[in-house]
Design a protein around this ligand. Structure first.
Ligand SMILES: *Cc1c(COP(=O)(O)O)cnc(C)c1O
Ligand SMILES: [Zn+2]
Length: 478
């Protein structure tokens, strides 16, 4: 079947057994049927990964063949920016696949932001994943997890969330009516934009007196005890959907591989998925070179940076020295150190996909940096001023690209794609505080995080309610 043309009418069901789950640990290598769901390998506790028997899958000979799918947008699965690439993630039969039209996203060339980052004009692209139905890239993964949950006959799905995963899960559950959503959030760390979505979509919302890392531990326990399907990014099927962010980037670049992909790192699902996408495309001969991958942590939640850049943790052929990680976590615990950043979507100290991300960094000659909340907010203001905007965590990618440019790791002539992971409207509190003239509001929201200035603030002008004064102010400031 390999290399045959794509099915012309709808998506053909593939024979069973073309996809399976395998333990990430090569010393274990346990496999699991695709119809099962486990949050970890039952033999050794490691992460599970999805593998395919590519020889039995009708993968196109060239990526450009996927462009045919545009002519078949009347088919819901080909309309989806995820399932348009079905042949590269065929773990579920087409009749189980769930879509709400996710993945209609945009690769925007951003010359003003390129200047801010220090890149030549035309070399910076922003992949705006905020255009997804629930406003973040999470929908790419959620449609895949939902499809798998449906395959297993699950009736309830749960997640712990800093906000966007719960917004996405709640949306899929309300639009499709297939499953009830149960979400776990920490106290006081979720932005109103995101919380409002989960509440309005009708999810059962459990607020835990703790942070995200606590909520994550609890949701694993609860879903195990109650047999609820878990959609956090330890769910390997979610990452299959997130691979398509890279396919759409390549598509927008007419299938040319960029020099750099820069992505914020939280639970490290995205970076892991991106690395897997490129690994598979290379293996299938669909690309001839790999981009470099930069994962950007917030300085207040910089576990990956500490482990990868400071302590030398590496993939090491699937056998990373996890003692380094254990020691680091013990140290965090003994210092009672908690993640703390304005970029709430990446405020995570124990990234569940750490090992998969190490693989991605290995495959794509990766590098990791951390950026301060000050740098994140300044970058966010520039992204907004130069285009569509994003939420704070997303801007870490742009701040990271700027840092790597300053260091000379990224050259001015490199072609760089920064992933804007979430919508501009997700966290208006941070944005308004940045642009405010009210010093108390600034201090309350941002000052407590060490942010001391708003370098690119666009401040409202206060004027008396008098025509002359209003006209004078407009003339003075324009
Ligand atoms: C979830 C999320 C992230 C972090 O992505 P990971 O895959 O967990 O590393 C970054 N930005 C936004 C807006 C998110 O919602
Ligand atoms: Zn195992």
């Amino acid at each position: 079947m390999a290399g045959t043309a794509l099915a012309k009418g709808g998506i053909k069901a593939l024979s069973s057994g073309v996809a399976y789950q395998r333990c990430l640990n090569p010393l274990c290598g346990a496999t699991l049927d695709v119809g099962q769901f486990r949050t970890a390998c039952e033999r050794c506790g490691d992460l599970l990964d999805i593998e395919y028997d590519w020889a039995r899958i009708p993968v196109p000979k060239q990526l450009s063949e996927f462009e045919q799918m545009w002519t078949r947008r009347h088919e819901p699965l080909r309309f989806s920016g995820v399932w348009r690439f079905y042949e590269l993630l065929p773990f579920a039969p087409p009749d189980k696949v769930v879509t709400v039209g996710e993945g209609q996203t945009l690769l925007q060339q951003a010359n003003d932001v390129a200047k801010f980052v220090g890149l030549d004009a035309g070399q910076l692209y922003l992949q705006y994943e905020g255009m997804n139905p629930s406003g973040s890239f999470k929908d790419n993964g959620m449609c895949a997890a939902f499809s798998h949950a449906r395959l297993t006959g699950a009736k309830r799905a749960a997640c712990a969330s800093t906000g966007n995963t719960s917004a996405s899960l709640s949306m899929y559950s309300s639009v499709t009516g297939l499953m009830k959503a149960l979400i776990f959030i920490g106290s006081g760390k979720i932005s109103y934009g995101k919380l409002s979505q989960a509440l309005e979509y009708g999810a059962l919302t459990v607020q835990i007196a703790g942070d995200f890392d606590d909520a994550m531990i609890r949701v694993r326990e609860v879903s195990q005890d109650l047999g609820i399907y878990l959609v956090n990014s330890i769910n390997p099927f979610r990452l299959e959907g997130q691979k398509t962010v890279m396919l759409r980037v390549l598509e927008a670049l007419r299938w040319q591989v960029p020099d750099w992909i820069v992505v914020p790192g939280g639970n490290l699902g995205n970076s892991s998925a991106f690395g897997k996408a490129f690994m598979e495309l290379k293996q299938l001969g669909l690309i001839d070179r790999l981009p470099r991958l930069a994962v950007i942590n917030a300085a207040g939640a910089d576990t990956l940076f500490q482990l990868y850049e400071r302590r030398g943790l590496r993939w090491n052929g699937g056998k990373p020295d996890m003692a380094i990680t254990c020691n680091y976590y013990d140290d965090l615990d003994s210092r009672k150190s908690k993640a703390d950043t304005i970029a709430s979507a990446i405020e995570i100290n124990r990234p569940v996909n750490l090992k998969k991300c190490l693989r991605a960094l290995d495959v794509c000659d990766g590098t990791v940096r951390k950026v301060s909340d000050q740098e994140i907010l300044d970058a966010k203001a520039q992204v907004g001023a130069g285009g569509i905007g994003c939420e704070p965590a997303s801007a870490a990618s742009v701040a990271g690209a700027k840092l790597l440019r300053q260091e000379g790791v990224i050259a001015p002539s490199d072609r760089v794609v920064c992933i804007l992971t979430g919508h501009q409207l997700k966290d208006p509190t941070a944005t308004v505080a940045y642009h405010t003239t009210d010093q108390d509001q600034f201090n309350e929201v941002l000052g407590s995080r060490g942010v001391s200035r708003a370098s690119f603030a666009n401040r409202a002008i206060a004027v008396p309610n008098e025509l002359d004064a209003i006209i004078r102010a407009i003339q003075l400031y324009s």
